[in-house]
Write a protein that binds this ligand. Structure first.
Ligand SMILES: [Mg+2]
Length: 279
């Protein structure tokens, strides 16, 4: 059962579709796939991925899934294929890079050092468990004698003090040390910059997506900020410009975007570079 799109949203879709180079980015869970109890049971809603595939095939359009999930399960569950861009782990992973990581040289080097130092720490404290993350390591001390666990976490804290660019997230009997914490907002802006996008669409349903909406609204490229189209899926306070009810409404919106881009494509062709892309 579908209902027609809000007329203001329809107008916004048409205006968005008319820009030469556009980035269409969306979150996955809660936007293209209904939320489920076991995250690996998640399946895309009917029509969503085909609409994104159609969009990605149109000139001047880049489509990206931007998720908190790691890249591998995101690819597996969405069944997304090139040229769709996959951004995983809140921006730490990027399918456009051969190793799947959106890290610079320094961060790569730091990740290697971190891995070695954490391994040595685990050898000094038998019972410490090390969890590998794409851009970091998590040190778990649950189950260790209290003093032993405390000592191990103190060593992890000292390690973090030696490498000041590490992002430290402490928890109860656990500490995560990461070489990067990108976040969806920074990831979206970086992607828009890379593509030299004139306008950005983003749809999301959660708190982390609010960072995306906020970053696009506060984009220092004020012209691009003015051309953003942001959509919150479901309830909750939001900085997005529009709201739709659920995943089915997202599909409807994406189908409308495909149609609008196809008809805009007859009068607009992608500009060769930004200087000719207009105000
Ligand atoms: Mg979500």
């Amino acid at each position: 059962m579908t209902s027609p799109l809000d007329p203001d949203l329809t107008s916004a879709v048409q205006a968005f579709a008319a820009h030469p180079r556009v980035l269409v980015a969306t979150d996955f869970d809660g936007v293209l796939a209904p939320l489920v109890l076991d995250p690996m049971d998640s399946r895309p809603v009917e029509g969503g991925m085909p609409a994104l595939t159609d969009l990605a095939a149109l000139p001047g359009v880049t489509v990206a899934l931007v998720s908190g999930r790691a890249l591998a399960p995101l690819r597996q569950l969405s069944e997304a294929r090139d040229p769709l861009v996959l951004i995983g782990s809140h921006g730490v992973e990027d399918s456009r890079h051969t190793d799947g990581l959106a890290l610079d040289e320094d961060q790569h080097a730091l990740l290697e050092t971190l891995a070695q130092e954490v391994e040595a720490l685990a050898e000094r404290h038998p019972g410490v468990r090390v969890e590998d993350k794409p851009a970091g390591r998590v040190v778990h001390t649950r189950g260790l004698p209290a003093q032993e666990g405390k000592d191990a976490l103190a060593e992890a804290a000292a390690l973090a003090e030696r490498h000041t660019s590490l992002v430290v997230t402490p928890g109860k009997e656990v500490v995560e040390l990461a070489v990067a914490h990108v976040g969806k907002g920074a990831a979206l802006l970086a992607l828009a910059d890379d593509l030299d996008a004139d306008a950005v669409f983003y749809a999301g349903d959660d708190l982390t997506d609010e960072h995306g909406f906020a970053a696009l609204a506060d984009d220092t490229d004020t012209a691009r900020a003015g051309r953003r189209l942001t959509v919150r899926v479901g309830d909750g306070e939001t900085r997005a410009g529009f709201r739709v009810a659920d995943e089915e409404a997202v599909v409807e919106l994406l189908v409308a975007l495909v149609a609008a881009r196809r008809s805009a494509g007859r009068s607009v062709s992608p500009a060769p570079d930004r200087s000719t892309a207009g105000g």
